[in-house]
Design a protein around this ligand. Structure first.
Ligand SMILES: C[S@@+](CC[C@H](N)C(=O)[O-])C[C@H]1O[C@@H](n2cnc3c(N)ncnc32)[C@H](O)[C@@H]1O
Length: 279
């Protein structure tokens, strides 16, 4: 669907570190081969912000918990994972299928190597696929034949966007992007988002250093204020506990002190209700 040039971003290239591969490393994934630039940026990141792996793992853990909630409790059967990253134990389709064995899953990421890994993993699976696309072209993603072969937009769909909107600048209209996916979904559909917060939620001075590192050596990031993240859920009714610091969204177990120390992000889940209030 997308030509390579459409997927290219000024901050993506062989002379910079790659945020997708770095994230895979931070969560302990180990699927992405690291370049020299990735290694240098990771080294610097861990020096200036040693809590970053906790933040990254908390984000991934939210993806797993919210997927389980969606499949087990909300009985959602279809999933569209925007900005999926590299496959990592355990993947969205593995978790969803524990509860919904025939769950249908489409993974989308701009990172073609990550998508290629998913395609290898999903080879021969008629109910799941991966597509290389930029999420800010929802009209293309939603019209894509491979997406529509797996997902029936006449039935509820859970759209997940965990950790991806911090890479979308305001100039690309994040609210408009979310609204385009929302408008393609029927009542009973869900939206899950996790998102980095602005500097006032970080340890003093840390955000400037980390954001400067990303801007100069990796890819610019756009943390948002709590109310800006909340605005992405326009049209959705928040599921309890609402938009909260990522590790505190329906945790499986009591939180370790380091999980609450390094919170720089929030997460939430919304449901699209019918006009009469029924999901
Ligand atoms: C922090 S990772 C999150 C991965 C996964 N969603 C998770 O929560 O574990 C962000 C991912 O978004 C992808 N990404 C960033 N900007 C994107 C865009 N405009 N379109 C599609 N994918 C994008 C990156 O390649 C990366 O894989």
């Amino acid at each position: 669907m997308s030509s390579t040039s459409e997927l290219q971003h000024p901050d993506l290239g062989p002379d910079r570190a790659n945020a997708c591969r770095m994230y895979d490393h931070l969560i302990g994934g180990g699927q992405a081969p690291l370049s020299e630039h990735d290694q240098a940026a990771l080294k610097r990141l861990l020096e200036v912000a040693p809590g970053t792996p906790y933040v990254a793992r908390d984000n991934r853990a939210f993806m797993r918990r919210v997927t389980r909630y969606l499949a087990e409790t909300a009985k959602v059967r279809q999933f569209l994972d925007l900005g999926c990253g590299y496959p990592t134990e355990r993947n969205l389709h593995d978790i969803a299928r524990e509860h919904v064995p025939d769950a249908r899953v489409v993974y989308v990421d701009r990172e073609e190597d990550a998508v290629a890994e998913y395609l290898r993993l999903l080879s021969g699976d008629p109910n799941a696929t991966a597509v290389a696309a930029a999420i800010e072209t929802p009209e293309k993603v939603l019209a894509d034949e491979r997406v529509n072969r797996v997902i029936d937009f006449g039935e509820p769909v859970a759209v997940l966007a965990t950790g991806v909107f911090p890479f979308i600048p305001d100039s690309a209209d994040p609210r408009g992007i979310v609204a385009a996916y929302r408008d393609a979904c029927v009542p009973g559909s869900y939206l899950a988002i996790s998102h980095a917060l602005t500097a006032e939620y970080w340890e003093a001075g840390l955000a400037d250093v980390v954001l400067d590192l990303y801007r100069t050596a990796v890819q610019a990031m756009y943390p948002r204020r709590l109310e800006e993240v909340a605005a992405l859920f326009e049209g959705y009714t928040m599921v309890e506990p609402g938009l909260v610091s990522t590790p505190t969204w329906r945790p499986d177990e009591p939180l370790a002190p380091e999980q609450t120390m390094h919170v720089r992000a929030v997460a939430g889940l919304g449901v699209l209700e019918a006009a009469d209030g029924r999901a």
